[in-house]
Design a protein. Structure first.
Length: 181
């Protein structure tokens, strides 16, 4: 009976961590969009807390897995945003360090609160990426976190095409770490 109680407690901890992961990602998005680089005062501690809590709900290899995913996907996402900025699709009033931190949170969410997307066909992943990836930036623009010099329509099309490729790629990159934990 105690084994069953331990299993139930472990499942409950894991679900709580998934909820924490989802809520922290949303907090990082909202504070970044609303407060810019001042959001780092919340974003960085939430990321540190992720790695403090992680070994309590996952295997010993979860930390290197999440760090590796964070590094690969975070850097790739930051590179794409930098290229879009250089191409004039985005304009920021100040260097968006908050956006870099958002990329790190997004990357670790692929193993936790967004893990369910892995089960979807790649076509559906591409559609979801096109819709929600572009909407995220359009919403950021509506809150003046980013400017879209090409306008909303052209920017939405550019972002939809890019995110239709990026989301399945990010999921594939995060899957490559599955055997680690």
């Amino acid at each position: 009976m105690s084994s069953m109680a331990g299993t139930i407690l472990n499942i409950s901890k894991h679900k709580g961590f998934i909820l924490y992961n989802a809520l922290s990602f949303q907090c990082v998005w909202w504070t970044g969009v609303l407060f810019g680089n001042r959001a780092l005062l919340l974003s960085i501690p939430l990321l540190v807390l992720h790695f403090i809590l992680l070994p309590r709900v996952d295997t010993a290899t979860a930390i290197p897995r999440d760090l590796s995913t964070m590094l690969k996907i975070g850097l790739l996402g930051m590179a794409v945003d930098s290229l879009l900025t250089l191409a004039g699709v985005f304009e920021f009033s100040a260097f968006p360090a908050w956006l870099a931190c958002l990329w790190l949170h997004f990357a670790v969410s692929l193993h936790h609160s967004l893990k369910f997307i892995r089960a979807f066909a790649m076509v559906l992943q591409a559609i979801l990426g096109a819709i929600f990836g572009s909407l995220s930036y359009l919403a950021g623009a509506a809150f003046h976190a980013v400017s879209l010099p090409y306008g909303e329509g052209v920017s939405a099309v550019i972002l939809a095409i890019i995110w239709a490729v990026l989301l399945p790629l990010f999921i594939t990159l995060s899957r490559s770490h599955r055997s680690m934990g």
